[in-house]
Design a protein around this ligand. Structure first.
Ligand SMILES: N[C@@H](CCC(=O)N[C@@H](CS)C(=O)NCC(=O)O)C(=O)O
Length: 273
């Protein structure tokens, strides 16, 4: 009976609230008009959730009945191929869209995340409330109390150190310049007149670098950050590729996910609230 109820339920997207890989998946589902539930878990608790739902260490994970998709790339494909999101227009070579998307979601996405975690930890009091999304109170309290240890774990897991940061900044600059060059002929999207998975993936991976006001999980506004970090975000926002990412966010459909607090929720009431 319980199994039956699970099978009939809506797709469930499990994310770290501020994760740009989670946002890539969320945006694809929103574009497809999928009616889904979303569950937020915070860093480290995400390992438990990822293992519980997907036998993996990372989120996002999408559960559709008995099926489990454990990478944002697979969720984009599901939204496009099975739910009708127009992300691979027939008039454009799919292989090219996929290659560009993989490039953005690969080293570039890792680089934008690394640079953001650098200011995130330097401004932890500001960051933590934004980081929380709709995650369970237990997780929020734990991360807040254990912020010092959490920072050390995250820094070692992410490889957050000065040489890695310098390399990440360099890769971001090169990629932004490449994107700007593509758009220089006045085309509205990366491959021409049509929005594709490559545009979606680029914009999602740019999230930590431009802090879009239209992001479904509220992010800090640049003017809340100390001057050097604020200047860096403002500069990226003004770059043609940064302005492009912000425009795509303005065109993004509203998020449709209904939020579930956690697996600790029973009959609509959390055990920890
Ligand atoms: N290739 C994966 C990458 C997902 C990923 O790196 N997720 C991060 C959140 S941004 C995560 O769960 N990290 C937890 C960890 O590695 O400790 C995808 O596209 O879904």
């Amino acid at each position: 009976m319980r199994l039956q109820r699970w099978r009939m339920s809506k797709p469930l997207l499990v994310t770290i609230p501020i994760s740009h890989y989670g946002e890539r998946a969320r945006w694809a589902l929103d574009l497809a008009g999928v009616d889904y539930d979303e569950r937020h878990h915070l860093q480290m608790f995400s390992w438990v959730a990822a293992f519980y739902h997907g036998r993996r260490k990372t989120l996002p994970v999408l559960r559709i009945g008995d099926r489990v998709l454990t990478d944002s790339r697979d969720i984009v494909e599901y939204a496009a191929d099975e739910r009708g999101a127009p992300l691979f227009p027939a008039s454009l070579p799919r292989k090219e869209i996929e290659a560009l998307s993989d490039r953005f979601a690969g080293a570039f996405g890792v680089a934008t995340r690394l640079v953001a975690y650098d200011w995130f930890f330097r401004n932890i009091e500001l960051s933590l409330p934004f980081n929380a999304g709709r995650a369970p109170a237990l997780e929020r309290r734990f991360l807040s109390l254990m912020r010092g240890s959490a920072e050390r774990v995250a820094e070692s897991r992410l490889g957050l150190n000065p040489p890695a940061l310098a390399a990440a900044r360099q890769l971001i600059q090169t990629t932004l310049d490449d994107v700007a060059e593509r758009l220089a002929d006045g085309r509205p999207y990366l491959l021409g007149d049509q929005f594709t998975a490559a545009d979606l993936t680029f914009a999602a991976m740019m999230t930590p670098a431009v802090l879009p006001p239209h992001h479904p999980v509220p992010l800090p506004s640049p003017n809340m950050l100390p001057a050097p970090d604020r200047a860096a975000i403002e500069q990226t926002r003004k770059h043609p590729a940064g302005a492009f990412a912000l425009r795509l966010y303005r065109e993004r459909p509203l998020s449709r996910g209904s939020h579930l607090r956690s697996f600790y929720v029973r009959s609509g009431r959390s055990l920890f609230r």
